[in-house]
Write a protein that binds this ligand. Sequence first.
Ligand code: NAD
Length: 373
Amino acid sequence: MARIGVLKEPTGGKLTVLTPSGAERLKGKAEVLVQRDAGRAAGYTNKAYEEAGATLVDSEEALLAGSDIVLSYGYRDLRNRKIQGKTFIGIFNFLWQPEHVGHYLQPGVTVHSLDLIPRSTLAQSMDVLSSVGSISGYQAVLLAAERSLATVPMITSAGGTLRPAKFLVMGAGVAGLQAIATARRLGAVVKAYDVRKASKEEVESLGASFIEIEGSVDDRTAGGYATQQSEEFLERVRQRIHEEAAGADVVITTARIPGKRAPLLITADMVNGMKPGAVIVDIAAATGGNCALTEPDQAVVHNEVTILGPTAIESSCAYSTSFLLSNNYISFIQYLLEHQEELDSDPILGATLVVRDGRSVNERVLALQGAAQ
Ligand code: NAD
């Protein structure tokens, strides 16, 4: 029976990728080891893990020694640990930091990075990026509402009528759509823009208006993701967004391109044109940000506009995010255990496989490593 170990996130990390109910689901299929307090910051107690049949271990070293498959949320620097022969599963973001792959190139090591899961129907239940995106979009709106000097819904009261806040959402992928839905539930008037024309219908179905700008490049081979646009087109977008941002109380930016710096959509000049008291929440901050003034994990106040750049916004609802991630990880693990003989040929396992037997094997990551040399 496989021995699956759950690493505790480093200090400050709140998420766990296996909840007690997740451990329960693995009963009979795998032996589960959990590093003590791995779920504590997310609201999952050590006792709950024990009741679910998991074994608690006290240190990272003991966890690694006792596990064949090691689960973590993000990349972990384990260069000083004995990791030979182990399989690592996590959201390692090698497309953004390909240099981290080198840390796993030890005999017999296998690494699957779940951010590389294909966006297919078969892999939907394993789609960690959608889980993180949904929570991030939701939380971005709450963060903005809390910082805003104005209320979000229309409120009619003895003192008069407060008009609904105007939200502008940039990027209508999973996070952007959840931000739109949340802002609409709070009563905001929402406009949204995405470079993918296909998102227009989804934006409109949530009761927001779609900002149309002609001339974007859609790439059908990009698996539904956005492709990099020409600087000329991005300039045209900026001109139009300049006008839209000037009227907004809140701007939420979520635009990303896998493996690339996030596109710059909100310039300092645009921020200068915004209303005093307006709020920008830039959830693309971890990959460079969509706003020129974003500072990762800082609140920047520029010309009376507050710009927030949270890099781990999904951690603020750690209980819920961990619940979703645990389900995604279990789906992946079950699939892996059933199909491990087909590591290279299977479309899901092949796409996520980055290190095999201590060698770097993922074409997308290798291309980036080559480009960086
Ligand atoms: P993402 O996080 O990579 O990017 C967020 C959004 O930013 C995307 O919608 C992207 O088009 C947009 N963007 C990029 N550059 C931009 C620019 N210059 N201006 C404005 N917007 C820009 O995206 P995501 O949320 O991971 O979604 C990517 C795709 O995957 C979408 O087509 C989504 O519908 C699809 N998807 C499919 C499945 C599935 O089939 N199982 C699951 C989830 C998502």
